[in-house]
Design a protein around this ligand. Structure first.
Ligand SMILES: NC(=O)NCCC[C@H](N)C(=O)O
Length: 292
């Protein structure tokens, strides 16, 4: 099976997802840092709506089995690994409650026939929510509560022999380590050189690097970003300038439409806003490629 999702000029062709299922139904919101809107039954329906939009785009969904395994955050399949054209990189989670999830991804890649290039272990942590391809051979990683220097060094050691480079940027403290603040909480690519950003918290050096590379950076409306805990900005690119976001943020939606994007929405209050993860976090791209 073909694989490799780093080239954002191509449509999403294969993606892994995992339904919230019994693990999320059994989650204690206080333990998992889920907000007051958390509702596992509605979360299940909202997840199904997102899956419907992804499938209708033409992408094939590979389902990671949803089990009663106490891994509620495993629904956020973006984070435990990422996939290049040379193979998958399996990560090590910064959030202790999520430490079991990379094994699920190893099993999924084995089933799909995607080779694993390398895996992080020990104290080295990186979550893929902190990883953004700024071109097809350069991976940006945000150093913060979830991804540390040892993890960044380990990803670099895995990728560099295959012709990729890694650049690291420091993330801010914002509301502290209990909350989920990934690099992808502050930037969502909409096309190879276009992104929605929350500039006040984005590392300045990253902003400057993207500007120097000729990126168009759309500043997400501040009030909707703050009201949603940042989820107004978490936008999944199905294909360049064809995106999906959580419903309820008309100014952010209008900004992307004015920039030439087609925007689809799904209700995400019980799943995304409550559990701090949007459509990018709920999908693990395995292949971006033109339709066969
Ligand atoms: N890439 C992402 O931003 N993932 C969201 C993860 C949310 C999850 N509740 C967490 O705290 O890890």
């Amino acid at each position: 099976m073909p694989f490799g999702a780093e080239d954002r000029s191509k449509p999403l062709a294969r993606v892994m997802m995992r339904a919230p299922g019994p693990a999320m139904a059994a989650a204690d919101p206080a333990e998992w840092h889920y907000g007051p809107g958390f509702d596992p039954r509605r979360a299940e329906a909202q997840h199904a709506d997102l899956a419907g939009i992804v499938a209708a785009s033409g992408a094939k969904i590979h389902w990671i089995p949803s089990q009663d395994d106490a891994m509620s955050d495993a629904v956020f399949v973006q984070d435990p690994s990422f996939v290049t054209a040379k193979g998958a990189v399996v990560l090590n989670m910064g959030k202790v409650l999520r430490r079991g999830e990379p094994d699920l991804h190893v099993a999924a890649y084995e089933a799909l026939g995607v080779p694993v290039l390398g895996r992080l272990t020990g104290d080295a942590t990186v979550e893929s929510g902190d990883c953004v391809w700024i071109d097809a051979t350069t991976l940006a990683i945000g150093r913060g509560a979830r991804s540390n220097q040892a993890g960044i060094d380990a990803v670099r050691a895995i990728l560099e022999p295959h012709g990729y480079s890694v650049v690291a940027y420091d993330l801010p403290y914002w509301t502290g380590p209990e909350a989920c603040l990934h690099l992808m909480s502050l930037i969502s690519p909409l096309a190879p050189k276009m992104a929605l950003i929350h500039a006040p918290l984005l590392p300045y050096a990253m902003w400057a690097d993207l500007k120097a590379r000729g990126w168009t950076l759309l500043h997400a409306p501040e009030d909707e970003f703050l009201a949603s805990g940042g989820l107004s900005l978490n936008v999944l690119m199905l294909k360049p300038q064809d995106v999906v976001m959580v419903d309820g943020f008309p100014k952010t939606r209008a900004l992307m439409e004015e920039a030439g994007c087609r925007v689809q929405v799904f209700e995400g209050d019980a799943l995304c806003i409550a559990c701090e993860g949007g459509p990018t976090c709920l999908t693990r791209p395995v292949l971006r490629a033109d339709p066969a």
